[in-house]
Design a protein around this ligand. Sequence first.
Ligand SMILES: NC(=O)C1=CN([C@@H]2O[C@H](COP(=O)(O)OP(=O)(O)OC[C@H]3O[C@@H](n4cnc5c(N)ncnc54)[C@H](O)[C@@H]3O)[C@@H](O)[C@H]2O)[C@H](O)CC1
Ligand code: K
Length: 538
Amino acid sequence: MKPILSTEEVVKLENIIEREGTSKAELMEHAGEFVASTALSYHPKEVVVLVGFGNNGGDGWVAADILQQHDVHVVVVSPVEPNEVPSALARHVARRTAGRDVEIVVGPSRDELAALLVKADLAIDAILGTGFHGEVRPPFSIWIPTLNDSSPRVISVDVPSGLDSDSGVAADHCVRADKTATMIAPKIGLYSADGPQFVGELVCGELYDRLDEVIDDVDHAAEIVEPADLVDYIEPLPANVNKYSRGSVLVVAGSARYPGAAMMAAKSAARAGAGYVAVAAPDACANLIRMALPSIPVIAIPSDSRGSFGAAARQVVCEIAKKYDCVLCGPGMTTASGCMQVVSGLLELDVPLILDADALNCLARLSIDGIDKTPELYRREAPLILTPHHRELSRLVGDVPVDDLGTAIDAAQRIEWAVGSDNLVVVAKGATTAIVGVEKVLIPISGPASLATAGSGDVLAGIMAGTVATAHGDVDRWELLCAYAVAVHSYTGFAAAAEYGEKSVIATDLIDLIGEALQLVENEACKDLGILTDGEAE
Ligand SMILES: NC(=O)C1=CN([C@@H]2O[C@H](COP(=O)(O)OP(=O)(O)OC[C@H]3O[C@@H](n4cnc5c(N)ncnc54)[C@H](O)[C@@H]3O)[C@@H](O)[C@H]2O)[C@H](O)CC1
Ligand SMILES: [K+]
């Protein structure tokens, strides 16, 4: 796993590295080398390097120097003369670069800058880095839109200029990068809020060869899960299994209004590998589900007058649920009072439980001012996985706003820390999904925007249930298991976008591609680990 840091932790890490004997000046040299090598991979002939007042600019001055030594024609665009750069570290490298054969343009007008960019085939954005806050001031408020309107490829140094490296909020003017070359470790803002829209492809330069020895001396805002980290969950199906030993799932879901959600979740759980999946649905929609899913037994549960779980549902559902390896509750269920009772009953059972969709809304309603204020509601011995999107997560914590990765992690941690159990995982779904455990935050492989379609969450919940059931409780880290399920869901998105076109994917497409997605995750893991698959070995 690869750590993601807050800006504060990056600064702490720089100080630790300095105490270990590598100065900030040396780190700046390495940062410039990394930017230059990233640029050289495009074989540019004419490069414009835009530098700001601070150390981000310093990285740019170093890169300009190296590129020029590789026979690239370089123009550095600076707001001030090299001698007047305020940061001492950056001033030192600016003067050095100025002493070589590099063209320097100080304080160009908008038109002069545009003319320089027209001639270039690559631009390096070293205007603002982690020191940026607020709104962009002149001259950068003129430079940035001019750069965004120009044609060359753009590499941003550390963060796209104008992006807050912690919140990921983009200022009115923010560089839209093709590639971001970040330093030491990715900053959390690159994944949060507007970050993913501006970052382009992300590459990271470690800058310090003993980074592994010091990286755990600072807190990690999150960790990126790579395919190789998921290898423990990739296992062939043993020959001697039966349908029950493969893992069983009970999907407690559906209503007369939303029977489809139960169907999609159940079918997804089966496609994800569970050998026996059953649905417990209100009798008002049980027949409909039965007809749609011939391979899945459907247990009819007493309904209320509107076709949701009724008052007698809790006892019936809980009696059945005890027998399964995993229970998934919520898709299409509504928040009728019978549903709230079903949720509170399932929470009391000793069975791995996933609460999704309306089960989360029921849970929110069972508390008064956020579930974190009444942890006894959801504290349990058996594993509990909550899979809220941002609105559901906000409701769970008493309507505290949740609208980006940072606020989602904060809200999920409130829920986690109120209970403090290793068996509780909050999968905070969003453009970037965060899997929040009591100690760690994991960022699994993100899927394409095609996944933002109605029913996609039901498919994820089903994949999650199938994954939990097939693990049979033999799980060291529930967060990592959830990361596997999210990765599989992400790959169904890639496979479906390739098959149907990215705008045309609908949730039912994803279900039939779960098998392909399981294989894609396995292939990526093998690639990461340098293991040849059978096909490649032949
Ligand atoms: N992380 C590392 O280990 C390394 C990072 N390096 C690079 O250094 C920058 C951070 O440098 P710093 O000098 O702290 O900040 P910046 O260069 O981002 O900017 C400071 C500069 O910008 C001005 N400024 C701030 N806000 C605004 C605004 N709203 N409008 C206009 N100007 C603004 C401020 O006045 C300062 O002058 C990091 O990102 C890396 O690129 C090291 O080089 C290597 C190690
Ligand atoms: K930058």
